[in-house]
Design a protein around this ligand. Sequence first.
Ligand code: SF4
Length: 1016
Amino acid sequence: MTITATDEQRSILDLGLTSIRVRAGAGTGKTTTVAMVIANLVESHDIEPERILGMTFTNKAAAELAGRVAEFLPESVDPSRQVEVHTYHGFAAQVLAEYGALAGVDNRSGVITPTFARQLIRDVFFAVPHAKLDMTWSGTLDNIRKLGDQLGDHLLRPEDIIKASAIHGGDEVWAKRVEIAETLSRYNDAKAELAVVDYADLVTLSTRLLQRHTGLAETIRRRYRAVVLDEYQDTNPAQRVLLMTIFSGGFPVIAVGDEDQTIYEWRGASSENFDLFMEHFPTQDGRPAHDTSLTLNRRSGPGILDIANEVRQMANPGSDVLRPAEPDVTEVTTHWASDALAEAEWIARQFESLHDEGSSWADMAVLFRKNKDFPVIMDVLGRHEIPLEVANVGGLLGVPEISHLRAWLTVLDNPGDSTSIAQILLGTGYRLGIADLAALTRQLTTTGPDADDAEDPQPVTLVEAIERADEIVDLGTEARARLGRFHLVYRELLVEAQGLSLAETCRIVLDRTRAWQDIEALPDSARLTARLNIYRFLDLADDWSPLSGRPSLTAFLEYLQAMEDEPAEELDTARLSGEDAVTLVTVHRAKGLEWENVAIPAVVKDNFPARSGGFPDPIRFAYQLPVEFRLDTVVSDLPDDEDARRSFLRRRHEAQEWRVAYVAVTRAKRRLLVTGSYWYGLPEPRATPAEPSALFQLIESSPGTIDGGHAPPGPRPALLRSPDDSPSPDPLFEGGWRSGLLMARENPAHIRDLARERGVEDEYLRLIDEWEGRLFDLDDAGEPVVAEDEKTISVTGLVTYAQCPKRFYWAEIDPLPRRRNPAAVRGSEIHRQIELHQRGEVPFEDLEHDLYDAIEPADEAPGAFAAYQASRFADRQADLVEAAFSVGLENDYQVRGRIDAVYREDDHWEVVDFKTGRPSSDPSRIVQLQAYAIAARDVLELPAESRLDVTFAYLGGGLSEATTRADQAWVDEARSRLTQLTDDIERGEFMATPGEWCHGCDFLRFCEPGRRETGS
Ligand code: SF4
């Protein structure tokens, strides 16, 4: 194959057999250059192909590289003499396979994937109790994995941490770190028992082996005459040490990479490897390796490259400038829409016109920064009948046909899984309604083997209830017939799936549930999309084999669950089917791929670039490897001061986000569409409109960018919802739930009438009661609705967190059921009355003292409202009452709350919080006044010289006041306390801190430390 080398490539080839670093910008023909270098070594330096070692990251890249090299080799070379191309891990695995016995590693050891690793860690973690690690929080497993990965990245063992803890002291962080290391040590034992190793072990064990048996490195080195390292910027320090152990000291090593495409720093890649390559791998005469660069971009046209260069400067000021190889016309267009649906519509229409103009669907891709933005684009492009290929496995598990198949597999594995049965029954195959399910589920406790014994109902499974559907009087004939059909299919599948392989089981489920017929009935584009998704899932089932034992359905389903929880499986470049479909993929998985036309949606502030909380602080977080243990020095200048440290880590994280943006924009060859909108969140939009991100603004203001329209700001829509053209899933509301809601708005009695007609009135009333009860339990019902991903916290939440992070976790993050609290209801009533009184709306004599004043029935002291009446606050007019506020902290958190009353006398301000209970010694309470003081200073903008007091007025058992002077120093300290608390929340610190407050905690029955504290 003849390709003329460019001047840049020629100058690299001319350097010949020596150590070289090649800085290859995006689209500059990196793989071609690597193949040219190898062919040149064979042709011009008489090196046998099999004595050249190539390395890259994924099996796919290794296969591609081997293919390219074969194309470039001179015809005179025997085609059976091939260059040896490995992945970095594959090379380490080969060293172990050959010499592992010397390190005590069975050379037949299997290599486990990150998902299996997670399963094993989970097993060893839950096998023993832990004093410091939270066993109820799923994030603990992630943290164990994180420290385990970092140990591997820096050639350490868990025992190194345990030993070092003796020197580094026994503070809380180290105590936790030691528990994590102990878990990892047991994980290593479990791997040894199963005769398996994980990816990190491959590098660690092989490096140790070579360092201990020095002659082995020389033996391996003698096999080769040159090494070519691809994607070198993504290697970790352990991989670099392995390579140096064998190939340092003048051996010709050629490393190709792009420091500005390092997007895996958070999972161990060290930018220092690429930066210091010239020192690590000097030339034979001891001089630093040659440093060269490729800047001629063959992929994209000038307009896209202008943007790419600007983005690259944001990531790495002073980096090389990419030059276009061809002056082809390219287009960069931005569009700002009113909301996420309109944004997706715009992308769909652009893709349709490109298709009309002759582009294939396969030439188009949508690149996402975050998985959460997939569904709306997937939905709208699907409605436009555009064929799609979802290239992320995590996204695949969420598409309807795969979710449905998984539900059937789950039911076959576990007939007690009511959620999966309900999903199937409510789906398009059986179309049962909520009322039918309610009738069915009532049988779960009222029917049983001893159904006649009404005194002692026995629980049954949903499948058993379905078996007796004929006996359920509330079910209509049609519903009974549908349940009968479900039951028949279920029984057939149970019999037929016996002894089948997983892939066969999936196929038989698809056959029996008539999934293929349903897919055939879809329009062309949707049919192709569904087929691609199912084939990808069948491939997954085919390829899968378990860690131990035979491949069972249970183990496979557990594997899927673990895969959903384990993002590390999602990181390699996506493999595309080659079908004519638009690719939907995250930017991380798009690295190494390219398309003619690329759309990047949701380029809005805090989404892309993602909001930067910074890399985790190794001093504060147990799961971070302390700096002194690292093999590199990239964070060795970590400041001691906490604030300085935070901004240092944040800057590093921001630079990585810009590198992700650089990868995204350089995937496009001809057209780049960059979009955003004001409103996101389906069906309920976020509380505040989104703004264009710095990336959007940069692209929008670039001279060559086409303005594709900017919608004017509009009010927040009540709901964002795609038009629902599917038939009603619920026979109770034939026109669909939306029309049911509209009817209820017209006539509130309508739904109850309907329920009565259908004979489900009791069920309806019970549900209404249940929901009303939940509404009573809402603490801050009056506060604005906030979006899930917005960094917002209520004052109540902050106080709870300060008191006990675990309690906050169970209240806000992963809510557990709470008790209905009559005292809270009474408290709300008293506050409401105080507010009305302050507004002059309710005369004292109208109040019902019996209701509002009773703190405890036996208490002889005056009631809460009586105490208020007698206080200095009752006859003063407050300037502000029940004043809602929202104040921002330095870490971008918004704290929201409501101040009971603000009084003012000249330049003296007093913020008062009325408490219906007695004075408390709980130190966390002060957080509330701290938030109020900040709000008063920031929102009321009090002059600096004005006096501000903050007061708790306790009304329970007679008035008691606690006032604090909130001068500037006090408020500054308050601000840093609140920032600290919210930082801790952001970091996922949710340790239980038991104390006297456990007695009143809703979660006491779930909480071991709380029960120990209270002796219950
Ligand atoms: S019982 Fe105590 S320790 Fe447990 S969550 Fe509640 S307040 Fe925290």
